[in-house]
Design a protein around this ligand. Structure first.
Ligand code: F6R
Length: 367
């Protein structure tokens, strides 16, 4: 049942190229220039009338929402708020009938997310669920569903569900952009082509896990570490940090790289591992200056970046790992994978129960 893999988590990490293909299948028209989402009940008129979007979810699904916000805001220019579901209801959110609410849930059974969905509906909002389980409570109650076709996810630590949620957000953003006329057809075609290349790029990465495995063994001896990144890299390191805590039990914090100097630098001491995600070229220079801030304080830095930056980054970091190049917006669909593998191998090195980490359940049905 684990298909030759030692754990479900590793199997599911390796199923991501297929999950990408399955989630895209039938949702890109033959010309390759247009996303089609025939399942949506949301009409084009409704889409044209959306004044804001709220994305609500828990844990890893919330982290997918952070990337979703960036995709929607940059491609569609509709303002997006993101909330963790357990906070949403208690901040008296401003929800109107022209608010589109997107709830994200692998299981479709998370109690807080379901409650947030109902709260939003009670204010007349249209609720669209991105979920991996089409028969779930959230799928049943939502006004619309975009199914991620990741297949069953067994390991408690979510991997392929997260990345499929990213694909769903990219597809939805492109669809909304088309209806609202915010992107040219050529731009949409360019993004679609890059999305279609992701599964193979990911396969190439998965074929070479050795460098990450060796690094995981190194960090498995530490009790604390930091992740830093800017923009989409910050969204991805939040997921990387959660994954690492969840299964390796190593304490980590994910910081917006520019925010370190507002307090956190006090914790950077000789030899502490810092993992810097530096894939967003628009903010690379700024990230590099933040890398230098931690390097000056003796941090042991590992950077994840693109091949072309490895040599220059190695002037300030101890190790650098290159990932394949795609569009900046799509990079999270590749850059999260070394972080998933890092957590997996760190957990393994510590002798933990990778698929069933302590204190956690696969589906959280209490608030
Ligand atoms: C982390 C993890 C959790 C879930 C969260 C939401 O690996 O699995 O953080 O993402 O409990 O679960 P769903 O997506 O089922 O609503």
């Amino acid at each position: 049942e684990k298909g030759g893999f030692e754990h479900f988590m590793l199997k599911e990490i390796h199923e991501q190229p297929k999950a990408y293909r399955d989630t895209m299948r039938g949702r890109i028209d033959e010309s390759g220039k247009k996303v089609v989402l025939p399942e949506l009940k949301l009409t084009k008129e409704q889409i044209k009338g959306i004044s804001k979007i709220q994305i609500i979810a828990c844990g890893t699904a919330y982290h997918a929402g952070l990337v979703g916000r960036q995709a929607i805001e940059s491609l569609v220019r509709i303002p997006v708020e993101t909330d963790v579901a357990s906070e949403y209801r208690y901040r008296s959110p401003i929800v109107t009938p022209d608010t589109l609410v997107i709830v994200v849930s692998q299981s479709g059974e998370t109690a807080d997310t379901l409650a947030a969905l109902r709260e939003a509906q009670s204010h007349g909002a249209h609720v669209l669920a991105i979920t991996n389980v089409v028969g779930s409570s959230i799928a049943r109650d939502a006004d619309d569903v975009i199914a991620t076709l990741a297949g069953p996810e067994i390991a408690v630590a979510s991997t392929k569900a997260y990345t499929s949620q990213l694909i769903a957000f990219y597809l939805l953003s492109l669809y909304l952009a088309e209806v609202r006329g915010t992107q040219t057809q050529d731009e949409v075609a360019r993004i679609i082509a890059a999305m279609q290349a992701l599964p193979e790029q990911l396969e190439n990465m998965l074929a070479k896990p050795d460098a990450i495995k060796a690094y995981a063994e190194q960090i498995s001896k530490h009790e604390h570490l930091f992740f830093i990144g800017r923009g989409l890299d910050y969204a991805v390191v939040q997921e990387g940090s959660l994954k690492l805590k969840e299964i390796s039990y190593i304490h980590s914090e994910a910081y917006a790289a520019g925010e370190l100097k507002h307090g956190t630098l006090a914790l950077i001491e000789e030899g502490i591992p810092v993992i810097a995600l530096a894939t967003q070229d628009a903010v690379l220079e700024k990230t590099v200056s933040n890398i230098k801030e931690v390097s000056a304080r003796g941090a042991d830095i590992m950077a994840i970046t693109h091949e072309e930056h490895v040599v220059s980054l190695l002037k300030s970091v101890n190790q650098a790992f290159a990932i394949p190049k795609t569009l900046p917006l799509l990079t999270p669909a590749l850059s999260v994978v070394p972080l998933q593998l890092l957590s997996y191998y760190a957990s393994l090195a510590r002798g933990n129960d990778v698929d069933k980490p302590r204190n956690l359940a696969k589906s959280v049905t209490v608030e």
